[in-house]
Write a protein that binds this ligand. Structure first.
Ligand SMILES: [Zn+2]
Length: 231
């Protein structure tokens, strides 16, 4: 019995030796250096493959984070954009911002997206919405899944940064509109930054937003850094 085991151990050792020998004389699949591991690569190539794989996984993870946040994947060349605004946003990224301009093309949204992406990389939880799309989503959830609507609203109250793009096109008098103001007020209480862009000044927005206009104007005045761009 013991002899059998000894023979078996010897056979395994022999097979291992044979394998090691083969590995040491087999050329790498990538660079043909002799001596490969079980995957058929030399140790340098294998390390490089692992590194590349890690980078790819990291990139995929970063892209997934961007997709989850609602931010667009395409990158914006900040060097060609509105540098003054970029500096202002970067220096005040922990504050609530209200950025308005009558004309478009002043890079409001793109600048915010650019800075938001760098915050995303630092690990912040961010959501980006065009206001009309957010209101549509909340209204739709209200009509078929109150629990989900509630979950979304609570989530938007608590995330690190909420970006609300292009405010002022909608009436905000219905239930979804009420939720919109709830989110803004709650985030202010919690001292969580909200970034808002609009093609209207705070004054005009106040009028457009009907009975909630005064509430909104006060919020903006008290807790937001206001930047009006252009003429
Ligand atoms: Zn190699």
């Amino acid at each position: 019995m013991a002899k059998d085991i000894l023979l078996l151990c010897g056979a395994i050792r022999e097979r291992q030796k044979q394998k090691n020998y083969q590995a040491s004389v087999t050329p790498c699949k990538n660079c043909e250096t002799l001596g490969v591991n079980g995957y058929g690569y030399c140790s340098d190539c294998y390390k490089a493959i692992i590194r590349e794989n890690d980078t790819m996984m990291q990139l995929q993870e970063e892209n997934q984070k961007i997709i989850n946040s609602g931010l667009p994947l395409t990158d914006y060349d900040a060097e060609k954009g509105n540098k003054e605004l970029l500096e202002l946003v970067e220096n005040n990224k922990d504050k609530s911002l209200f950025i308005a301009s009558k004309s478009s093309g002043l890079c409001k949204t793109r600048t915010l997206i650019h800075v938001a992406k760098s915050r995303l990389k630092e690990g912040a939880i961010i959501k980006f919405f065009i206001v009309s799309a957010l209101l549509r989503e909340i209204a739709a959830l209200f009509s078929y899944d109150l629990k989900e609507a509630d979950k979304l609203i609570k989530n938007l109250c608590r995330i690190d940064l909420l970006i609300l793009d292009d405010l002022g096109k909608e009436k905000l008098t219905d239930r979804a509109g009420e939720s919109f103001f709830e989110i803004i007020a709650f985030r202010e209480l919690e001292k969580k930054p909200t970034w808002i862009t609009s093609n209207f000044s705070g004054e005009v927005l106040g009028q457009k937003l009907g009975e909630r206009g005064d509430f909104f104007k006060r919020r903006i005045k008290d807790s937001y850094l206001i930047k009006i761009l252009g003429p």
